[in-house]
Design a binder for this molecule. Structure first.
Ligand code: NAP
Length: 288
């Protein structure tokens, strides 16, 4: 079995590449930078056709990730990778199975429990819009699309660092009352990526077995930091008034409205997420 992984130089893709390597499968990491293992094949998703020669399975995680300010230029930058890059990848894959990693941010629903049949629309950022457009292409091409949410783990460059930067004088302001939300351990996502190659085509939510109370998570990952709850409207106004703030309007919404992913469809394929937040917090040293 030879597996091509994109995004191997990144956080989630690095875990996937190492997991493929541990299985003893042949590994090729396609990207601008090498992955943590396997052979490197250079690929800039924004411009190039990927060389998938010899691959039996493609796991696609490369993406423009983040929460940029509005504007045509940023939208185009995200589109070049997440939509046009996806199109080039799917064309090159031909009939090979493709696991395409999407995101829970494609859902229109902001709160409550969502199944994969919930509407995918009205994304509020360039990231969400271009991930939704990319996954539409992937679904049309018969790929397996995974939708994780808020991926955490050692080496996470997005979630925890952003929360840490939002702490001011030992206090973090959280919008609205406590909510339940889904998080995805990066190890659970990597495990799903490896197993999903032979799942029926379609979309699958991927998250830890149970949702977590937001305030408890923040208290656990930011020990010693005091939590102050502020009205959602005030937090949204602050995000608009202070551009460049770590807690952007989108981030406020992510924290204010608890979104829970129903993972029944992935479970029905025999997948069971084993890792929980407590495992991550209890690791004496980074586990990869
Ligand atoms: N982290 C989360 O909370 C989360 C939640 C839901 C879904 N996801 C999805 O998980 C996937 C991985 O995200 P991540 O958190 O691991 O992000 P990350 O650490 O920022 O990694 C992004 C990866 O994409 C690659 N990439 C970006 N632009 C590229 C380009 N033009 N050509 C080739 N490769 C390019 C980067 O490689 P180089 O910069 O080295 O080229 C890097 O390997 C993404 O598809 C993301 O949408 C993540």
């Amino acid at each position: 079995m030879r597996v091509a992984v994109t995004g191997g130089s990144g956080f989630c893709g690095g875990y996937v590449a190492r997991a493929v390597d541990r299985c003893g499968a042949g590994l090729v990491c396609l990207g601008r930078r090498p992955g943590p293992a396997g052979r490197h094949v250079r690929w800039d998703a924004a411009t190039d056709v990927p060389d998938l020669d010899g691959a039996d399975l493609v796991i696609h995680l490369a993406a423009a990730v983040g929460d940029p300010g509005p504007g045509k230029r940023e939208e185009q930058r995200f589109r070049a990778v997440n939509v046009d890059g996806t199109k080039r990848l799917l064309d090159a894959a031909g009939g090979r199975p493709v696991v395409w990693v999407s995101s829970g941010s494609v859902y229109r629903t902001k709160s409550g429990t969502v199944t994969e049949d919930a509407p995918v629309a009205d994304q509020r950022t360039a990231y969400g819009r271009t991930k939704a457009a990319g996954e539409r292409l992937a679904l049309e091409a018969g790929a397996v699309v995974l939708r994780p949410r808020a991926v955490y783990g050692h080496g996470d460059p997005h979630l925890l660092p952003r929360l840490r930067r939002a702490v001011r004088r030992g206090v973090i302001r959280l919008p609205g009352p406590d909510v339940l939300l889904s998080l995805t351990a990066v190890e659970n996502l990597a495990d799903a990526c490896l197993r999903a190659g032979d799942w029926p085509a379609g979309a699958y939510n991927i998250a830890d077995a149970h949702p977590y109370p937001r305030n408890e998570v923040v208290a656990l990952v930011l020990p010693g930091v005091r939590i102050r709850q502020v009205p959602i409207a005030a937090a949204l106004a602050a995000a608009v008034l202070v551009p460049g703030l770590e807690i952007t309007r989108y981030a406020v919404e992510q924290l204010a409205y608890g979104l829970v992913l129903d993972i029944g469809r992935a479970r029905a394929q025999g997948w069971a997420p084993e890792r929980v937040l407590g495992d991550f917090l209890g690791d004496a040293e980074p586990v990869r």
